[in-house]
Design a protein around this ligand. Structure first.
Ligand code: FNR
Length: 193
């Protein structure tokens, strides 16, 4: 396939467990034969949303660049930490800026949500909170999500998950998500003929 997946991490810090999870997901997507591009929000610098700035200068360059990358991908995969049981503000800010772009690029975008956290819940509440704005914007958020608990001790040296069962579940989730994206993309191509 020539499916293109954008793998966006909601944390950019060095040593981020979500950047590590995004790297593993990227490797799995490539293993499945698709193109995967890992990025973080640091690749798309943007100020806090400000309606006056938008009215004056329009969208900041970083937000425009992120819009174009989402547009160019058939699949969006977001790996995000949970902050205070919700979406990190920086990620919500990026969603808000992107939502102002026309045509709004989250619309109909096949999207998979994953999270990692040192906690026992794996940041899953953050993903439920992230679902709300994404589904509001018309993204097709995949029903299944993957949350990695105890993430500080979950990775081997080579970036794989040490728990074989978890690794298999993540591989299966990505596989069935990509199958859906491929079927959806083929359907859209047929419709455009
Ligand atoms: C956290 N963390 C956290 N973890 C969690 O499981 N539930 C939570 O509600 C929160 N809340 C929270 C708020 C803030 C402001 C910070 C900075 C952190 C801990 C968080 O999961 C941990 O720092 C992860 O390592 C962050 O992800 P990255 O940066 O490693 O990808």
């Amino acid at each position: 396939t020539s499916l293109r997946a954008l793998v966006l991490s909601g944390s950019s810090r060095s040593g981020s467990v979500n950047v590590r999870l995004a790297a593993l997901v990227t490797a799995m997507v490539r293993e499945a034969g698709a193109v995967a591009e890992p990025v973080t929000l640091r690749d798309f610098p943007m100020p806090p949303y400000d309606g006056d700035a938008e009215a004056g200068e329009g969208l900041p360059e970083g937000a425009l660049a992120l819009c174009r990358r989402i547009e160019a991908a058939q699949a969006l995969i977001i790996a995000s930490p949970e902050y205070n049981a919700s979406v990190p503000g920086v990620l919500k800010n990026a969603v808000d800026w992107v939502s102002r772009y026309r045509l709004q690029p989250f619309k109909d975008k096949q999207t998979l949500l994953v999270s990692a956290s040192p906690s026992m819940v794996g940041g899953n509440r953050g993903l439920w909170a992230l679902r709300v704005p994404l589904e509001h914007l018309g993204a097709r958020v995949y029903p299944d999500m993957f949350s990695l608990a105890g993430a500080h001790h979950a990775f081997a040296e080579d970036g794989a998950l040490t728990d074989q069962g978890l690794a298999e579940r993540l591989t299966a989730t990505i596989g069935s998500f990509l199958d859906l994206v491929e079927a959806d993309t083929r359907y859209l191509c047929l419709q455009r003929r």
